[in-house]
Design a protein around this ligand. Sequence first.
Ligand code: CP
Ligand code: NVA
Length: 307
Amino acid sequence: MTRHLLRDDDVSQSEQSEILDLALELKRDRFALTPLAGPQTVAVIFDKSSTRTRVSFAVGIADLGGVPLIISTANSQLGGKETAADTARVLERQVAAIAWRTYAQSGLEEMAAGTMVPVINALSDDFHPCQLLADLLTIREHRGRLAGLTATFLGDGASNMAQSYLLAGATAGMHVRIASPREFEPAAAVVHDARERAHVTGGSATLFADPAEAVAGADVVITDTWVSMGREAEKAERLTRLSPYQVNASLLALAKPDALFLHCLPADRGFEVTAEVLDGPQSVIWDEAENRLHAQKALLTWLLRQA
Ligand code: CP
Ligand code: NVA
């Protein structure tokens, strides 16, 4: 049966670990695997802006021996003109896989339900699973393991990044803490699913209102923009409500002395994180950005092997 990655818990703990192992193998020997030799084409569709996702998919697909077909919704029949299901049926006759950056998670589900080729969530309003594979790879490289580590995400707890940390972190057996104001808490269903997964892996998922309490003793500290794509109209309110959750040197000092700092980027310097932290010795953001390439190549390779 065709496998997809629409949300982080679409893979089990052992499958996630297999993908990360493959990513490390591809990082050591970039052109070792060519599952897209032919060359086969992978469609990468964007309803929202992107730098890292666009570049890492384009480069990664070429590294794997394939051809990237980058589609902007504005120049296609998607976006109200044709359904995701119909688009999927057209694409599957010609491409090996589809990656899609979009708004509603339901669009991805519709696309996946309508096609025989793997569909990858390249970011939705709810989840960013490709980024989490890169983040987990980065943490594993720097710490040698994932299970048992404590990762604290601060800021917009209802964002795609926070919700993906809950699901992917719980899958990896990590203790995930989300610190946010009550009205920015993750969806109750996502917290529930993360706790179910954590029950199996030995991890945990905990919500905090107090940033200092959430960061205390953490191995990894993460934040993301306070104004995700699609939320621009709420910018003023968000900057006010989320400002107590800024990751600055004094907050980071409450974590373990060697705690890692991660940010998926792009960063709004001086808002969710200070430049001092972003550019400081604990920050691994550039490794994290590079690891998008290796993680997505591994994911594509793994998904194509399951088909
Ligand atoms: N982190 C991330 O997905 O970046 P882009 O929006 O630039 O793709
Ligand atoms: N949460 C951010 C991530 C950008 C990569 C957004 O959705 O805009």
